[in-house]
Design a protein around this ligand. Structure first.
Ligand code: GLC
Length: 481
């Protein structure tokens, strides 16, 4: 099957969050399946263009029409990727070059990604790759199904389009005039993109795609409710017949405690007790905490954003520290109020808390490995990858049972049996505190039970093999319909 995957980010070239990880591993897993040809299309950001790591060959150049604009597009193919995925970068200096190193957050983001979505279709046609399936992701490529089923229908008569929602919070809003000025779409599609007089690109994608998926089963059900859908619950409910959830995997080759070059010691499910003890001691030293092998070490690697459940952690932090023997490390940047809260907490409990207000992938890996407990009380979580990374590194998760956290962390009982971690159902500080307390009690009172749970976590298959198979099932269904 010929599959084109379109996205605004993909590791290792460019990544701002979980989408980037998925765009590294999913195309690769699809390419491993016999009979597939996979092309991944990404913007040619400056960061990639001027990196000494990547060599490209120019396949084609042409002009992409966007409303009244004629825009240069260069189609650059990455050389030397060995897993069978063809990586195509779309070059346009005006939209993707000449800016600072941040990929999002520019005033013309709507226009940049409208351009990318349209230019990607031009590029596939120009290189003669007419896919059976286009899989596109989040608001940045939401216009792909809209263009595909209208202006590009004649070039791609048999191509089916899957639209995947990784996070419904960011929908690609633009003013009403954007429709005529930028998009250049036929007027009869105006209603498809319209929301209260403005343009909502994600709405257009949900309506026009052949199938819509989200990144976990629970999240696909949650999206029917206003609490989770950020205004799109009605649109989602009308599209319920074509909506499915496929829970992400993690890249078990990159995230592997036996080989991860970031770690000071390596281990597997049989050797984790000594391996993790060495990682823990090194981690405590690295962040300036005293080396206490028998004090449970809790960590959180996260964007410091409200929906990650930080308000709950702030609310319980002092009680937790005052009532229990434990240490806490936070890694991440984000909202100032949270950054300051954790800095102050670290100053107040210098032996117990370390606040690493920075972005550091190596330290993140050392935290997954060196910690005993991973906290993830997200208010909502489409899938979440770090709870799986943590479990894969033998660190027990404590999570809010929502979205992908609910699907990947079945609850264990007080003895650590029957599940993979500790969970709480209702989003409030007391219930979170109770879940953390149960986990700490297991650690303190029954270390063997805690280790059995760590071992069970490490033995789970979080690889992309299963989800890639589910994507293929849906692709086949789309092609034969
Ligand atoms: C988004 C979601 C996260 C998910 C990731 C990859 O970042 O917020 O839950 O794991 O996309 O699908």
């Amino acid at each position: 099957m010929k599959i084109a995957v379109l996205a605004s980010e993909g590791a290792p070239y460019v990544k701002s969050g979980g989408l980037g990880d998925v765009m590294e591993a999913l195309p690769s897993a699809l390419a491993r399946i016999e009979g597939n040809e996979v092309v991944l299309v990404l913007p040619y950001y400056n960061k990639i263009k001027y990196s000494p790591l990547y060599t490209v060959a120019e396949l084609s150049t042409f002009h992409t029409t966007l409303g009244w604009r004629q825009l240069y597009t260069g189609v650059m193919e990455l050389q030397g990727r060995t897993d069978g995925v063809r990586v195509i970068f779309l070059d346009n200096e005006y939209y993707f070059g000449g800016r600072d190193s941040t990929i999002y957050g520019h005033g013309d983001d709507s226009e940049r990604y409208a351009y990318f979505s349209k230019a990607a279709l031009d590029a596939l046609a120009a290189i003669g790759f007419i896919p059976d399936i286009i899989q596109c992701n989040d608001w940045q490529t939401a216009l792909v199904p809209v263009y595909l089923k209208s202006i590009y229908w004649a070039s791609f008569p048999n191509t089916k389009c899957m639209y995947t929602i990784h996070n419904i919070e960011y929908q690609g809003w633009a003013s009403g005039s954007f429709y005529g000025d930028v998009l250049g779409l036929p007027w009869d599609l105006r209603g498809t993109l319209d929301m209260g007089g403005s343009v909502n690109m994600m709405k257009g994608a949900i309506e026009m795609a052949d199938l819509v998926t989200t990144v976990s089963e629970t999240y696909s059900r949650e999206l029917m409710y206003p609490y989770y859908a950020h205004g799109l619950d009605g649109v989602i409910s009308s599209a319920a017949w074509k909506l499915t959830g496929i829970t992400n995997g993690i890249d078990v080759n990159t995230f592997n405690p036996e080989t991860d070059p970031a770690l000071p010691a390596h281990y597997n499910a049989d050797t984790f007790v000594s391996g993790k003890a060495a990682c823990k001691a090194a981690l405590q030293e690295e962040v300036g905490l005293p080396n206490r092998p028998d004090t449970p070490l809790m960590v959180m690697v996260t964007r410091l954003a409200g929906h990650k459940g930080l308000d709950l952690l702030c609310y319980i932090a002092r009680t937790l520290l005052n009532e229990h023997d434990c240490q806490l490390i936070i890694l991440g940047t984000g909202e100032e109020k949270f950054e300051n809260f954790f800095r102050e907490l670290a100053a107040e409990y210098p032996d117990r808390v370390a606040a690493q207000i920075t972005f550091n992938l190596g330290l993140a890996a050392r935290m997954y490995a060196g910690a005993d407990i991973y906290l993830m009380p997200s208010k909502s979580e489409p899938c979440g990858l770090s709870q799986m990374n943590a479990m894969h590194y033998g660190t027990v998760p404590v999570v809010h049972a929502t979205g992908g956290l609910r699907d990947t962390v079945p609850p264990a009982d007080e003895r650590g049996e029957g599940g993979l971690g500790f969970t709480f159902q209702s989003y409030n500080g007391e219930d979170f505190l109770y879940a953390v307390t149960r986990c700490l009690n297991l650690y303190h009172n029954d270390r063997e039970g805690f280790r059995r749970l760590q071992h069970t976590d490490m033995c789970q298959d979080f690889s992309w093999n299963v989800p890639a198979g589910r994507y293929m099932e849906l692709f086949r269904r789309m092609v034969s319909s």
